[in-house]
Design a binder for this molecule. Sequence first.
Ligand code: DGL
Length: 270
Amino acid sequence: MICHRPVLILDSGVGGLTVLREVRFKLPYERLVYVIDDAAFPYGGWDEIPLAERLIDLVGRQIELHDPKVVLIACNTAFTLVGEALRAAFPDMAFVGTVPAIKPAAHRTRSGLISVLATPGTVRRAYTRDLIARHASNCHVRLVGSDLLAEMAEAHLRGDDTADADLLTEIADCFLEDGARRTDIIVLACTHYPFLANRFREIAPWPVDWIDPAEAIARQLARVVETARVLPAGNVSVRGVEAQPDQAIFTSGRRDADSLRLLTGFGLSA
Ligand code: DGL
């Protein structure tokens, strides 16, 4: 029996689902394996060296287990830290990453005031500072790190909502006024945050554009899959090829009913 090599998607929690749903839309015939490193959640507060070691080890083991055609790191906190190291450690593997969408924000802003809402880890990264220097040197970019938003997004998705006032505390620093100019773009630089985007819109002091990079990431993945020398894509029945369901794996081994129901809703078996 031949099995299609899957696309492996990795995040620390449910955030990667914001990318996975776009991947499904763009690449409906690819088989997906979604690895949720919840044993280490949240990545945002980890020191860089232990997190980098953990990620390289985890990705290596998952490559061995699943033999993916492409690995998609659906996490800014992880990819801004180990994107280069992963490519060096696994030179035969194609990687697609997630980085703060600073370049498109710099193109789109009218006021020149942009905020990047991310985990404390992503805000600290040299990679993020470098993106700003290379693509947004003519803008004022404010980096806002939140210790709590990823957990609030997890709770939101499991039906347990955070009060408006607590959410506002986390995003308030994104809104800057400088004379007649006001922040007009906020980059959602953590894959968990798009799940809260509608709440953010409701409580925002003024309307802004919230940039979610998921669609652009799925487009990039489609380009990489197309150029990778791999078996033809398909959950569809191709003679001699066994269709397999999309799958999710929790690194903690958790199997609570809420999480399983959530994953089922996204078409994943756990
Ligand atoms: N979803 C992850 C990101 O895009 C981070 C969440 C966490 O702190 O673990 O950065």
